[in-house]
Design a protein around this ligand. Sequence first.
Ligand SMILES: *Cc1c(COP(=O)(O)O)cnc(C)c1O
Length: 363
Amino acid sequence: MIPVSQPFLPPKEEYDQYISQLWDTKWLTNQGIYVQQLESELKKYCQCSSLFYVNNGTSALHLAIKGLGIKNEVITTPFSFVATTTSILWENCTPVFVDIDPTTFCIDAEKIEAAITDRTEAILATHVFGIPCEVERIEEIARKHNLLVIYDAAHAFGVQYKGRSLLTYGDLSTISFHATKLFHTVEGGAIMNNTENSELDQTIQLMRNFGFVGENYAMIGLNGKNSEFHAAMGLCNLKYVDALIEKRKELSEAYRKLLGDKRETPDIMKSTKYNYAYYPILFETEGLLLQVQKNLRDNQIASRRYFYPSLNTLPYVTSAHKCPVSEDISRRILCLPLYSDLTLEEVEWIAAIVKEGKKAVIV
Ligand SMILES: *Cc1c(COP(=O)(O)O)cnc(C)c1O
């Protein structure tokens, strides 16, 4: 079976070297040396002045919303992983969905202002597949209406926009280091605070650790910490991540050529150094997608409907408006296998099966 993604694992000896020390120190979690070292190396890699390593990308989103004190309406994208929406709902806020741009699949910045009410407090948008949102336009709107901006940058590791890490945009930015992501620590995530507000740093640190330091129970928190074992995996993987991006680039370019990609590259990509996190393709119809997905499955090849359904149509969302672009695209988009150990021969084979579906219009 060819999976849709497969985690990279470092040479076992390298991980063992880190881990064997833990048998001596017996310091397994609670901001140990590897967590501290990973935070410092990630800050360097991502050019972030303030970064907090947490146990997953979902708790990063929760901590971001809670840490900023957001309690009311949050303008958000309907085309993302479900955690982008559930984190808003779980924090008792109201998601207000704004449709996406059909070329970037990210929130359509030009439609944001019409959705702002006197209850709007924030914009939570996803750089979906690692493609940047219109960050400048969104910042302008946020400034004008006094809104906070959080980016779910779960797919954006290693992406540079206008020479700067994409993670440095927005007031806060969150990321996932789950095993299925480009850079992973098995489970894990981080929050980047780009505001230079050190009080917010303090709040995030407290909230990550039950809301207490020493014997001072300052606020309500959760257990958002991550372990030395996870951090050690991150320290090993970070050394390989640039090579992994190169390999993905090669595989993505092969897909593009073989599939006769017709879709134009979104303008925003001209200023972007991309990470090749996913390989999504867009079909003319949902029926065609289902047929190709079945053909792939019959050949022991997995594919994923990232992202389906459009989040404004979730059964527990009651505040949603229609988002025709997102609803349409989410029905017609499919992610093909992409991981560093995938071979060019496998890409050729997958592309051939996809093309049997003939009318595949490729993103
Ligand atoms: C993976 C993902 C998350 C959640 O991250 P976890 O580490 O799995 O909790 C959130 N948002 C997006 C867009 C994701 O792809």
